[in-house]
Design a protein around this ligand. Structure first.
Ligand code: SAM
Length: 304
């Protein structure tokens, strides 16, 4: 006789939530891909597996699961512990401010603070009214999440979404199609601005790789599961940010703005570029990890 498994024993969402938290604590998982605690991670993985809104587990706590649902939830929880992959790679979905995106291991799990700025505070991203914004570049687009949020926030804009990774652009293509935005978002394979010669934008948003080589080498399995290209910013993490700062002015229209997420690099950037008028922005989950710079504050390129 085989011994009972959790699938036989656990009945309600509350049972499964408790079980998941115990498994996650026992395994000392690492979070940071949209959740910060074992409880939030457990709620996310259970709700996403059950195709329920991930914002609130409370209405379902006493709901009983079918046996097929119990098997699916057990499998998802077990995979999270055994593989140590981020929950979004197991469920295939990630959310920014309630907006759902397809993700898989070809792209980093979306969690940029620029997503919150785009959905909450679009006016901080531009001196102009949103309807006056006609051209946007999302540099380092990954899953296309920020390009899509930008297209939703600025209804008159077309968006170029650029990435060096062909894999990432394949995932972005799925998301752009899911949102029905194929006519407004153009996917471009480009090493930063290289394939965008002559293009100018009202807003450039960019969440580049900005993790130092040492930090990448010390990543826990959850972060190692993501494409290294999405994280690696060189010895001090600033390699790509320096390149963006050097070239952005030549790609901004008059009155345009550059918005870049940089992690904990604000002091280093203020020190290295004392003449640049960085405006450091806060979000619910971050302090000064995103800067805004007007075109007039950016370094002039030679010969332009
Ligand atoms: C931190 S991820 C951001 C992805 C997405 N914007 C988001 O917020 O979830 C950085 C992205 O930059 C891309 N990337 C790395 N080096 C690049 C380069 N030289 N030019 C363009 N994209 C690059 C990676 O493939 C990755 O998708």
């Amino acid at each position: 006789m085989t011994s009972p498994t959790p699938v036989d024993d656990l009945v309600t969402v509350r049972d499964w939530l408790r079980y998941a938290v115990s498994r996650f604590n026992e395994a000392a998982l690492v979070y940071g891909h949209g959740t910060d605690t074992a409880l939030d991670e457990a709620a996310f993985i259970i709700l996403a597996t059950l195709h329920l809104d991930i914002d609130d587990v409370d209405p379902w706590l006493d709901a009983r699961l079918t046996s097929a649902e119990r098997r699916a939830v057990f499998h998802a929880i077990d995979q999270r512990v055994v593989t140590r992959k981020p929950a979004s790679y197991i469920t295939g979905v990630a959310y920014i401010a309630g907006n759902k995106f397809h993700v898989d291991e070809r792209v980093i799990v979306p969690r940029s603070f620029i997503g919150e700025l785009l959905t909450r505070d679009e006016q901080i991203l531009t001196a102009a009214e949103p309807w006056r914004i006609h051209r946007i570049l999302d540099l380092c687009t990954g899953s296309g999440c920020l390009a899509i949020l930008a297209a939703l926030t600025f209804p008159n804009a077309t968006v170029d979404a650029a990435d060096l990774s062909a894999d990432a652009l394949e995932v972005a293509k799925i998301n752009v199609a899911d949102y029905g935005l194929e006519d407004r978002i153009r996917l471009v394979k480009s090493d930063l601005f290289k394939s965008l010669e002559g293009e100018r934008y009202d807003i450039i948003i960019c969440n580049p790789p900005y993790v130092t080589s040492d930090a990448v080498a010390a990543f826990p399995p959850e972060y190692r599961a993501e494409p290294q290209l999405a994280h690696l910013g060189g010895d001090d993490g600033l390699d790509l940010i320096r390149r963006v700062l050097k070239d952005a002015r030549g790609h901004l229209a008059p009155g345009g703005n550059l918005i870049v997420e940089v992690g904990q690099a604000n002091e280093a950037l203020d020190a290295e570029f004392p003449d640049l008028p960085f405006l450091w922005l806060d979000t619910e989950g971050s302090e000064g990890e995103v800067f805004a710079l007007p075109v007039t504050g950016l370094p002039k390129q030679k010969g332009r």
